[in-house]
Write a protein that binds this ligand. Structure first.
Ligand code: BDP
Length: 678
């Protein structure tokens, strides 16, 4: 039960004083309209009040808690809220104000009101006093999206939390309770968009936009819509051929254009508030405009024209590279691909196209530099793409709290318009006055009791929502909120859990691939170590270790010149061996094993040390968790305890293989003479 409820525990309030304080506000509630979202608000409050107080609120016209929107001018006046306060909010914002034992929540829209109510419930769960409260809040990023990589057979691509809650055995689910609870979780942290099928669209999934499925998709859409979450579908670029039986999907072909227009009209006849399409084209064997010698602006604009009468959007992914490259040609660099494909097209996309760009130039490794597309694209709408599901980060067996990594990405200064041209300022639309912008992320949820497999991985879903709402929150602040909402107020619990989670990313990095090299994973499933697993394959993901050294030379003098995709200042910094940050050293440079890092250690010694440390740190995680046993319910305790054991074997395996491999390659022994498995 607790695992299922995540951060919406709504624990019974036992303290009499606290109970009296909060009850005085929620005993009577007024809500003007009973629209879809209005009903969701009412449902949530009833559920929360019942669970926290064991009694029910009375819904009446004159009440202690007033829920309303800006449209209700008379009531705002009555509560002394002036127009200026409201005018500062965007349409998803809200005000919460307490005066004389009356509480009012005003949404700039109904959605804003919904977010305001969740905020209020969060305050109560955190035991914050409501007396004299004034809160004015609105999201910083416009689109805050989840990408489900769910397939109709019920499997989830890169899913580590069981099966899909959207589909099973070739049909759309009928478990509306579970979907509603998911929508609640998302809305409670401000997520406002979701694409409900895998970006790799083929076979049956292609039919999701056809009559066969649209009635079912509409059912799901309504659930999410009632929590302010707009639904999108991933589509197959070759749909005109596969569904429409045309002989081409050429974006400049009039028949193809007509086909998409009719298709989009059909979709909107089912779902007038449908969001639009997510498209992975010409990538990893998916079809796309290249087949017809057209470029990606042609491809995206084709769909954009069909969607624009309905204000629909095309979310076009930039994860385009040649996955069949010749690995012997060291000049081909996969990291360059997205920039090389898309920068020449800057300015050619329609207003309702938004390019979705992975945070790094490769693929969600434990540490990558920020994608140079951020900053380079100046006349194109952009969405940043994160991966919440831990494909390369321990697959929800290993613990890895991701908010600190995401913060680094958002704070990275691209310098394209001088100091302060951060990624956040691009994705919130301010730097280039973008019409559409925001953040998307691959979800980590499934049908397991805890939603995320590893109970502590709930922190990443929660954290993603909170951070995309407000990028100024620190990783610590978000974590503390999450711990209290999920596990309660016990001091020891708060301290230990936050130490564990805040250390977890760097622990994972230490026993896997520190210094920015990445990969070395088992091919295909990507869990666990395999140092040369991808080294001689066509995927473009290499470490180039030889007897002298390791790392990828991406410098302008002797390497792939990838560095020059960044603004000059960053390019020069990454390019210069003595200025490149150590944690990205091997991403940009091929160095001898004896190269000295800024901490004075050689690269090889750092590799040995960090791998030994990583394992010791996992042992520390285990003993920390054990110290919490009496403070956590048995289900969640066991769930995490078991996974920590898996993490320990994984970490040992990484340590032993990586250390042995580099000992053999380099012939340089560990300075501390520790045992290696030669
Ligand atoms: C990679 C995954 C692959 C995805 C691809 C993508 O291994 O399953 O299809 O990204 O983002 O990380 O399209």
């Amino acid at each position: 039960e607790q695992a299922y409820r995540c951060w919406l525990q709504y624990e019974t309030i036992l303290n009499k004083q606290e109970e009296a304080h909060y009850w005085s506000y929620v005993q009577t509630i007024s809500l003007q309209k009973e629209t879809l979202i209005g009903q969701a608000i009412k449902r949530e409050l009833n559920l929360a009040v019942e669970s926290m107080f064991g009694k029910t609120s009375t819904w009446q016209e004159d009440a202690q808690l007033v829920l309303t929107t800006v449209a209700d001018k008379a009531r705002l006046r009555k509560h002394g809220i002036n127009q200026e306060e409201i005018a500062e909010l965007n349409e998803e914002g809200y005000i919460i104000k307490e005066k004389d034992n009356q509480l009012i929540v005003v949404g700039a829209s109904e959605k804003g009101l919904l977010y305001g109510v969740f905020h209020l419930l969060r305050l109560i769960s955190q035991k914050q006093s409501l007396t004299d409260l004034t809160i004015q809040d609105a999201p910083q990023n416009q689109i805050r999206m989840l990408n489900q990589w769910d397939n109709i057979d019920g499997s989830i691509e890169r899913g580590y939390s069981g099966q899909s809650i959207f589909y099973s055995n070739g049909t759309v689910t009928t478990d509306e309770k579970r979907l509603t609870d998911y929508a609640r979780l998302l809305a409670s942290v401000g997520i406002n968009a979701i694409s409900i099928n895998n970006v790799n669209v083929w076979k049956e999934e292609t039919h999701l936009i056809s009559e066969r499925y649209l009635t079912d998709v509409q059912r799901l859409e309504e659930i999410f819509q009632s929590y302010g979450v707009t639904v999108y579908l991933s589509i197959n670029f070759a749909s005109p051929i596969e569904l429409g039986h045309l002989d081409t999907a050429d974006p400049l072909d009039a028949g193809v254009q007509q086909w998409w227009k009719e298709k989009v009209a059909e979709i909107y006849s089912y779902m007038p508030r449908f969001g639009g399409f997510v498209v992975k084209a010409d990538s990893e064997h998916r079809p796309g405009p290249f087949t017809y010698e057209r470029d990606h602006a042609d491809g995206a604009n084709l769909l954009a024209d069909a969607l624009s009468p309905y204000n629909g959007m095309v979310i076009w992914r930039c994860f385009v590279y040649n996955c069949m490259q010749d690995w012997r040609d060291r000049k081909t660099d996969r990291a360059r691909a997205a920039y090389d494909h898309f920068v020449p097209l800057d300015g050619r996309f329609r207003d309702n196209v938004v390019l979705q760009i992975k945070n790094g130039p490769m693929d969600f490794q434990v540490r990558e530099p920020v994608s140079p597309l951020f900053g380079a694209l100046q006349q194109t709408n952009q969405l940043l793409e994160f991966q919440i599901t831990q494909e390369y980060l321990g697959q929800q067996k290993d613990l890895c709290y991701l908010v600190p990594m995401w913060k680094e990405v958002l704070q990275f200064d691209t310098k394209v318009q001088g100091e302060g041209s951060t990624v956040q300022s691009i994705v919130n639309g301010s730097l280039y006055q973008a019409k559409i912008s925001g953040i998307a992320a691959v979800a980590n949820s499934g049908d397991e009791q805890s939603w995320t497999g590893h109970t502590l991985a709930q922190a990443n879903l929660f954290g993603y929502g909170r951070l995309t709402w407000n990028a100024d929150l620190t990783a610590e602040e978000i974590l503390h909120e999450w711990i209290v909402l999920t596990f309660g107020h016990e001091e020891k619990l708060k301290r230990v859990l936050s130490e564990m989670l805040l250390a977890s990313w760097s622990i994972y990095e230490n026993y896997t691939t520190p210094l920015g090299i990445g990969w070395m994973v088992n091919p295909n499933h990507h869990y666990g170590v395999n140092v040369d697993g991808y080294e001689y394959s066509r995927w473009g993901t290499y470490h180039f270790a030889d007897r002298e050294g390791l790392g990828v030379d991406r410098t302008r003098e002797s390497g792939t010149a990838f560095v020059d995709q960044y603004a000059k200042e960053n390019a020069d910094r990454f390019n210069a061996l003595d200025q490149c940050p150590d944690d990205l050293l091997l991403f940009f440079h091929h160095v001898p094993y004896t190269h000295r890092l800024k901490n004075g250690k050689t690269v090889i010694q750092h590799y040995y040390d960090s791998h030994f440390e990583g394992v010791t740190d996992v042992e520390w995680l285990i003993s920390e968790w054990q110290s919490l046993k009496s403070l956590i319910d048995p289900y969640r305790y066991k769930n995490v305890a078991e996974r920590l054991q898996l993490q320990l074997s994984n970490a040992r395996e990484w340590r032993d293989q990586v250390n042995t491999y580099f000992l053999r390659k380099s012939g340089i022994p560990d300075a501390d003479g520790r045992k290696m498995y030669e």
